[in-house]
Design a protein around this ligand. Structure first.
Ligand SMILES: Nc1ncnc2c1ncn2[C@@H]1O[C@H](COP(=O)(O)OP(=O)(O)OP(=O)(O)O)[C@@H](O)[C@H]1O
Ligand SMILES: [Mg+2]
Length: 349
């Protein structure tokens, strides 16, 4: 197999049901799985972006696949034999941000006993993945912008300038334009980063990927724990298709992982089915009462998600907008497993 083919992203033909073990067959070398139209468009765009060298801004909710997509761009590109260097911008203290990006010479700080290279040097010839770029301290934003202007940088404590051709891929789960408006992100840096944009749709917007991903994670975790292959109970399948997945693919993976550990039989009945029932079997649908209850539940869940998005996760503001008491709204959020701090849910149950 040539390296292009080895790294190519695969997707399952639309006709397959996907909940079976065939999911593993749809896995590519770097593990991106899907078959929805939205996934196909994502894969096409990743392929196009990989043929270029420009900065990329990857946008999407938490756990949606921003890092795995950035890795796919790198490994599909000419840079694949050079390093892919991830940096979590949210984890760098402001005082160390320049040293982290550009490195430092020996003695640059009291405890800098040896020289250390920064991520920009480490990613030379390859790709620097700036995760959570929205959380990059202001000082880091200034330094990064300066580097992006002419690709020159200076390690802390060194007078000579160096050059790096590292490709920059930045990821954010909050639209940078909102942060620019709020005055916490530099607009000039946003424009530098946002040359090619890759927006990864939430899992609930590409539901036909759920069976494939669930089947894949099921196979992976059964194999990891030396268990014989298992299948999903019909109620589990229904639950998986109806849950809102605020934590996206990462949350789906955790749900399957946990249930593989807990389930003794050959058929996995998710714990979540009991904690948050949302079955829509034919039997359930035929009852008017049940169909009405399901429609209300679907409405309430999407209403709440949209409300919290509008208020950026503030439950008090959401309660005011919805003309509901905060406590009542809190109960509803809990019912649907929607987290109250960020507007995203924790795991149900
Ligand atoms: N299409 C996919 N196929 C298979 N696995 C996937 C896919 N998308 C995401 N994953 C898996 O889901 C998990 C989360 O993905 P990733 O870390 O790329 O998300 P993220 O958007 O960077 O999350 P965060 O916002 O929390 O940083 C990883 O374990 C990843 O391998
Ligand atoms: Mg990430």
């Amino acid at each position: 197999m040539d390296s292009e083919a080895e790294h190519s992203l695969q997707s399952q033909p639309a006709g397959e049901t996907g909940f079976g073990g065939s999911a593993a067959l749809a896995m590519s070398r770097h593990g991106m799985i899907g078959r929805s139209d939205a996934f196909q468009r994502l894969v096409d765009r990743i392929g196009k972006i990989a043929r270029t060298d420009a900065c990329v801004l990857v946008e999407g909710e938490t756990g949606v696949g921003k890092e795995i997509s950035a890795r796919a761009i790198h490994y599909l590109s000419e840079r694949r034999s050079k390093p892919f260097v991830p940096l979590n911008c949210g984890a760098i203290p402001e005082a160390l941000v320049e040293a982290e990006l550009f490195g430092h010479v020996r003695g640059a700080y009291t405890d800098a006993k040896t020289a250390r290279s920064g991520v920009i040097a480490q990613a030379r010839g390859g790709t620097l993945f700036l995760d959570e770029v929205d959380a990059l301290p202001w000082k880091g934003q200034v330094a990064l912008l300066r580097f992006l202007q002419d690709r020159h940088y200076r390690p802390v404590g060194q007078s000579a300038e160096l050059v790096s051709d590292a490709r920059i891929i930045a990821a954010t789960n909050r639209p940078l334009s909102e942060l620019v408006e709020a005055g916490t992100f530099r607009s000039d840096l946003m424009y530098r980063l946002d040359i090619l944009r890759l927006t990864i749709p939430a899992l609930r917007e590409r539901k036909s990927d759920i069976p494939l991903l669930a089947g894949h994670f099921l196979a992976v975790y059964c194999a990891r724990y030396g268990q014989k292959p298992k299948s999903l109970h019909p109620a589990s399948r229904s639950w998986l298709m109806h849950y809102a997945w605020p934590g996206n693919v990462r949350q789906l993976e955790s749900v399957i992982h946990r249930n593989v550990l807990l389930c003794d039989g050959d058929e996995v009945l998710l714990d979540e089915c009991a904690a948050q029932p949302c079955a829509d079997t034919a039997r359930d649908r035929t009852s008017f009462q049940r169909a009405k209850a399901l429609a209300i539940a679907e409405f309430e869940r999407s209403y709440l998600l949209q409300l919290l998005e509008e208020t950026r996760g503030s439950v008090s503001a959401a309660a005011r907008l919805a003309c509901k008491e905060r406590r009542t709204l809190g109960k509803l959020l809990k019912k649907y497993g929607i987290g109250q701090r960020t507007g995203t849910a924790g795991l149900p149950g």
